[in-house]
Ligand binder design. Structure first.
Ligand code: ADP
Length: 265
Protein backbone atom coordinates (compact mmCIF):
# COMPACT_ATOMS: atom_id res chain seq x y z
CA UNK A 1 0.00 0.00 0.00
CA UNK A 2 1.42 3.41 -0.89
CA UNK A 3 1.83 6.12 1.75
CA UNK A 4 -0.98 8.08 0.11
CA UNK A 5 -3.28 5.08 0.20
CA UNK A 6 -2.43 4.48 3.86
CA UNK A 7 -3.61 7.97 4.79
CA UNK A 8 -7.00 7.26 3.30
CA UNK A 9 -7.50 5.09 6.37
CA UNK A 10 -6.05 7.65 8.73
CA UNK A 11 -8.78 9.95 10.06
CA UNK A 12 -6.22 12.74 10.64
CA UNK A 13 -4.56 12.31 7.29
CA UNK A 14 -4.91 14.80 4.48
CA UNK A 15 -6.00 13.21 1.23
CA UNK A 16 -4.55 14.45 -2.03
CA UNK A 17 -6.47 15.01 -5.27
CA UNK A 18 -7.21 11.77 -7.08
CA UNK A 19 -4.77 12.62 -9.87
CA UNK A 20 -1.90 13.12 -7.40
CA UNK A 21 0.53 10.23 -7.21
CA UNK A 22 3.60 11.03 -5.15
CA UNK A 23 6.11 8.27 -4.46
CA UNK A 24 8.04 9.93 -1.65
CA UNK A 25 7.50 12.91 0.62
CA UNK A 26 10.59 14.20 2.38
CA UNK A 27 10.32 16.99 4.94
CA UNK A 28 13.28 19.29 5.45
CA UNK A 29 13.26 20.63 9.00
CA UNK A 30 15.40 22.69 11.34
CA UNK A 31 15.35 23.57 15.01
CA UNK A 32 15.37 27.27 14.22
CA UNK A 33 15.26 29.71 11.32
CA UNK A 34 18.21 31.08 9.39
CA UNK A 35 20.28 27.89 9.21
CA UNK A 36 19.68 27.45 5.48
CA UNK A 37 16.74 25.02 5.56
CA UNK A 38 15.14 26.57 2.48
CA UNK A 39 18.49 26.69 0.70
CA UNK A 40 19.04 22.99 1.42
CA UNK A 41 15.48 22.19 0.27
CA UNK A 42 16.19 24.04 -2.99
CA UNK A 43 19.55 22.32 -3.45
CA UNK A 44 18.14 18.86 -2.71
CA UNK A 45 15.27 19.40 -5.15
CA UNK A 46 17.75 20.58 -7.78
CA UNK A 47 20.07 17.62 -7.18
CA UNK A 48 17.10 15.22 -7.39
CA UNK A 49 15.89 16.81 -10.61
CA UNK A 50 19.39 16.62 -12.13
CA UNK A 51 19.47 12.94 -11.14
CA UNK A 52 16.41 12.26 -13.27
CA UNK A 53 13.62 12.33 -10.68
CA UNK A 54 10.39 14.28 -11.14
CA UNK A 55 10.35 16.72 -8.25
CA UNK A 56 8.06 19.13 -6.43
CA UNK A 57 8.51 21.53 -3.53
CA UNK A 58 5.71 22.40 -1.13
CA UNK A 59 6.82 25.51 0.71
CA UNK A 60 5.26 24.89 4.11
CA UNK A 61 7.19 27.78 5.64
CA UNK A 62 4.04 29.86 5.11
CA UNK A 63 5.03 32.96 7.07
CA UNK A 64 8.58 33.10 5.67
CA UNK A 65 8.27 31.70 2.16
CA UNK A 66 11.48 31.93 0.16
CA UNK A 67 11.32 29.04 -2.30
CA UNK A 68 9.66 31.05 -5.10
CA UNK A 69 12.39 33.70 -5.03
CA UNK A 70 15.12 31.05 -5.07
CA UNK A 71 13.77 29.74 -8.35
CA UNK A 72 12.93 33.17 -9.77
CA UNK A 73 9.19 32.59 -9.66
CA UNK A 74 7.19 35.77 -9.18
CA UNK A 75 3.97 34.87 -10.95
CA UNK A 76 0.76 33.91 -9.17
CA UNK A 77 -0.66 30.38 -8.99
CA UNK A 78 -3.77 29.69 -11.06
CA UNK A 79 -6.68 27.48 -10.22
CA UNK A 80 -8.99 25.22 -12.20
CA UNK A 81 -12.28 23.60 -11.17
CA UNK A 82 -10.24 20.64 -10.02
CA UNK A 83 -7.67 22.45 -7.90
CA UNK A 84 -4.66 24.73 -7.86
CA UNK A 85 -1.81 24.34 -10.33
CA UNK A 86 1.75 24.37 -9.06
CA UNK A 87 4.15 26.66 -10.91
CA UNK A 88 7.00 25.05 -12.81
CA UNK A 89 10.52 26.37 -12.32
CA UNK A 90 12.63 26.94 -15.43
CA UNK A 91 14.14 23.47 -15.03
CA UNK A 92 10.79 21.78 -14.36
CA UNK A 93 10.41 21.58 -10.57
CA UNK A 94 6.74 21.93 -9.52
CA UNK A 95 6.45 24.51 -6.77
CA UNK A 96 3.73 25.89 -4.56
CA UNK A 97 4.37 28.61 -2.01
CA UNK A 98 2.23 31.11 -0.09
CA UNK A 99 3.80 34.00 -2.04
CA UNK A 100 2.17 32.65 -5.18
CA UNK A 101 -1.21 33.45 -3.64
CA UNK A 102 -0.45 36.90 -2.27
CA UNK A 103 -1.01 40.17 -4.05
CA UNK A 104 2.60 41.25 -3.61
CA UNK A 105 5.69 39.37 -2.41
CA UNK A 106 6.01 41.60 0.65
CA UNK A 107 2.42 41.16 1.87
CA UNK A 108 2.76 39.61 5.35
CA UNK A 109 0.74 36.59 6.39
CA UNK A 110 -0.63 37.42 9.82
CA UNK A 111 -2.33 34.17 10.66
CA UNK A 112 -2.39 32.05 13.78
CA UNK A 113 -0.97 28.53 13.86
CA UNK A 114 -4.12 26.54 12.99
CA UNK A 115 -4.75 28.64 9.87
CA UNK A 116 -1.16 28.19 8.75
CA UNK A 117 -1.30 24.45 9.35
CA UNK A 118 -4.53 24.32 7.39
CA UNK A 119 -2.99 26.21 4.48
CA UNK A 120 -0.16 23.65 4.38
CA UNK A 121 -2.66 20.78 4.32
CA UNK A 122 -4.49 22.48 1.46
CA UNK A 123 -1.23 22.86 -0.44
CA UNK A 124 -1.08 19.10 -0.30
CA UNK A 125 -4.74 18.25 -0.88
CA UNK A 126 -5.88 20.96 -3.30
CA UNK A 127 -2.81 21.31 -5.48
CA UNK A 128 -2.74 19.24 -8.64
CA UNK A 129 0.73 17.79 -8.17
CA UNK A 130 0.17 15.02 -10.72
CA UNK A 131 2.85 12.32 -10.69
CA UNK A 132 6.03 13.03 -8.73
CA UNK A 133 8.90 10.87 -7.59
CA UNK A 134 9.70 13.19 -4.68
CA UNK A 135 7.87 16.05 -3.01
CA UNK A 136 10.09 18.07 -0.69
CA UNK A 137 8.45 19.98 2.15
CA UNK A 138 10.19 23.11 3.34
CA UNK A 139 8.89 22.84 6.91
CA UNK A 140 8.43 25.83 9.23
CA UNK A 141 11.31 25.96 11.72
CA UNK A 142 11.03 24.76 15.30
CA UNK A 143 8.85 22.25 17.07
CA UNK A 144 5.63 24.28 17.35
CA UNK A 145 2.11 23.36 16.37
CA UNK A 146 2.54 24.02 12.65
CA UNK A 147 5.39 21.55 12.02
CA UNK A 148 3.59 19.17 14.37
CA UNK A 149 0.36 19.29 12.37
CA UNK A 150 2.27 18.99 9.11
CA UNK A 151 4.12 15.90 10.32
CA UNK A 152 0.89 14.37 11.62
CA UNK A 153 -1.33 14.91 8.65
CA UNK A 154 0.91 14.44 5.63
CA UNK A 155 2.21 10.98 4.71
CA UNK A 156 5.89 11.83 4.93
CA UNK A 157 8.59 9.19 4.50
CA UNK A 158 10.84 10.98 6.95
CA UNK A 159 12.64 14.20 7.76
CA UNK A 160 16.04 15.57 6.90
CA UNK A 161 17.31 17.84 9.65
CA UNK A 162 19.36 20.88 8.66
CA UNK A 163 21.74 22.48 11.08
CA UNK A 164 24.75 24.74 11.23
CA UNK A 165 27.69 24.03 13.55
CA UNK A 166 26.80 26.93 15.89
CA UNK A 167 23.19 25.81 16.02
CA UNK A 168 24.24 22.57 17.68
CA UNK A 169 25.32 24.23 20.88
CA UNK A 170 21.79 25.30 21.75
CA UNK A 171 20.54 21.73 21.35
CA UNK A 172 17.70 22.74 19.09
CA UNK A 173 18.61 19.91 16.79
CA UNK A 174 18.06 17.40 19.57
CA UNK A 175 14.58 18.82 20.03
CA UNK A 176 13.73 18.29 16.39
CA UNK A 177 15.08 14.75 16.45
CA UNK A 178 13.22 13.95 19.68
CA UNK A 179 10.01 15.39 18.27
CA UNK A 180 10.35 13.11 15.23
CA UNK A 181 11.00 10.13 17.48
CA UNK A 182 7.97 10.92 19.64
CA UNK A 183 5.84 11.10 16.53
CA UNK A 184 7.25 7.92 15.08
CA UNK A 185 8.72 9.73 12.12
CA UNK A 186 11.94 8.51 10.64
CA UNK A 187 14.92 10.87 10.69
CA UNK A 188 16.52 10.21 7.32
CA UNK A 189 19.67 12.06 8.29
CA UNK A 190 21.34 15.35 9.05
CA UNK A 191 22.69 17.95 6.65
CA UNK A 192 25.23 20.29 8.12
CA UNK A 193 25.07 23.66 6.38
CA UNK A 194 27.67 26.43 6.34
CA UNK A 195 30.08 24.05 8.07
CA UNK A 196 33.26 25.00 6.24
CA UNK A 197 34.63 27.31 3.59
CA UNK A 198 37.24 27.06 0.91
CA UNK A 199 40.40 29.06 1.65
CA UNK A 200 40.61 31.68 -1.14
CA UNK A 201 44.42 31.27 -1.28
CA UNK A 202 45.11 27.55 -1.08
CA UNK A 203 41.70 25.93 -1.76
CA UNK A 204 41.93 24.02 1.52
CA UNK A 205 38.82 23.48 3.67
CA UNK A 206 38.66 25.84 6.64
CA UNK A 207 36.25 25.14 9.52
CA UNK A 208 35.42 28.53 11.05
CA UNK A 209 33.24 26.97 13.77
CA UNK A 210 35.50 24.00 14.46
CA UNK A 211 35.68 20.63 12.72
CA UNK A 212 33.57 17.60 13.59
CA UNK A 213 31.02 19.43 15.72
CA UNK A 214 28.24 17.12 14.57
CA UNK A 215 30.04 13.91 15.46
CA UNK A 216 28.71 13.50 19.00
CA UNK A 217 25.20 14.47 17.93
CA UNK A 218 24.98 11.90 15.16
CA UNK A 219 26.43 9.27 17.50
CA UNK A 220 24.09 10.13 20.38
CA UNK A 221 21.01 9.89 18.18
CA UNK A 222 22.31 7.30 15.77
CA UNK A 223 21.57 9.42 12.73
CA UNK A 224 23.44 9.65 9.49
CA UNK A 225 25.36 12.73 8.37
CA UNK A 226 24.09 13.01 4.79
CA UNK A 227 26.17 15.97 3.66
CA UNK A 228 28.30 18.80 4.91
CA UNK A 229 27.86 21.97 2.86
CA UNK A 230 30.20 24.94 2.60
CA UNK A 231 29.51 28.60 3.21
CA UNK A 232 29.64 29.56 -0.42
CA UNK A 233 29.12 33.07 -1.82
CA UNK A 234 28.01 31.41 -5.08
CA UNK A 235 25.05 29.92 -3.19
CA UNK A 236 24.05 33.25 -1.67
CA UNK A 237 24.24 34.80 -5.12
CA UNK A 238 22.28 31.96 -6.74
CA UNK A 239 19.59 32.30 -4.08
CA UNK A 240 19.39 36.10 -4.42
CA UNK A 241 19.21 35.88 -8.21
CA UNK A 242 16.71 32.99 -8.36
CA UNK A 243 19.25 30.62 -9.90
CA UNK A 244 19.40 27.80 -7.34
CA UNK A 245 18.41 25.27 -9.99
CA UNK A 246 21.66 26.03 -11.84
CA UNK A 247 23.82 24.77 -8.96
CA UNK A 248 25.43 21.38 -9.58
CA UNK A 249 26.40 19.55 -6.40
CA UNK A 250 27.53 15.98 -7.06
CA UNK A 251 27.60 15.14 -3.34
CA UNK A 252 23.93 16.04 -2.97
CA UNK A 253 23.04 14.13 -6.16
CA UNK A 254 24.60 11.03 -4.64
CA UNK A 255 22.93 11.72 -1.27
CA UNK A 256 19.48 11.88 -2.79
CA UNK A 257 19.97 8.87 -5.05
CA UNK A 258 21.20 6.76 -2.10
CA UNK A 259 18.31 7.95 0.04
CA UNK A 260 15.65 7.07 -2.51
CA UNK A 261 17.32 3.75 -3.12
CA UNK A 262 17.11 3.01 0.64
CA UNK A 263 13.47 4.13 0.84
CA UNK A 264 12.53 1.81 -1.99
CA UNK A 265 14.57 -1.09 -0.67
P1 ADP B 1 16.15 29.16 6.69
O1 ADP B 1 15.24 28.54 5.68
O2 ADP B 1 16.77 28.16 7.60
O3 ADP B 1 15.53 30.30 7.44
P2 ADP B 1 17.57 30.20 4.36
O4 ADP B 1 17.67 28.99 3.52
O5 ADP B 1 16.54 31.22 4.02
O6 ADP B 1 17.41 29.80 5.91
O7 ADP B 1 19.03 30.85 4.42
C1 ADP B 1 19.32 32.04 5.13
C2 ADP B 1 20.30 32.88 4.33
O8 ADP B 1 21.57 32.23 4.26
C3 ADP B 1 19.87 33.11 2.88
O9 ADP B 1 20.22 34.40 2.50
C4 ADP B 1 20.69 32.09 2.09
O10 ADP B 1 20.93 32.53 0.78
C5 ADP B 1 21.97 32.02 2.91
N1 ADP B 1 22.62 30.71 2.86
C6 ADP B 1 22.08 29.53 3.24
N2 ADP B 1 22.97 28.53 3.10
C7 ADP B 1 24.12 29.08 2.59
C8 ADP B 1 25.40 28.55 2.22
N3 ADP B 1 25.69 27.27 2.36
N4 ADP B 1 26.31 29.43 1.72
C9 ADP B 1 26.02 30.73 1.61
N5 ADP B 1 24.84 31.30 1.94
C10 ADP B 1 23.89 30.47 2.43
Amino acid sequence: MSKQEETRFNPFGARPHKSTKIKHIIAVASGKGGVGKSMVTGLLATAAMQSGFSVGILDADVTGPSIGKMFNIHEKARGTDEGMLPIQSKEGISIISANMLLETDDTPIVWRGPMIANAVKEFYTKVLWQELDILFLDTPPGTGDVPLTVFQSLPIDGIIVVTTPQDLVSMVVSKTVKMAEQMNIKVLGLIENMAWMKCPHCDEKVYPFGEGRTTSLIQDYDIELLASLAIDPELTKASDEGQVDQIVNKELQKTIKDLIFKLED
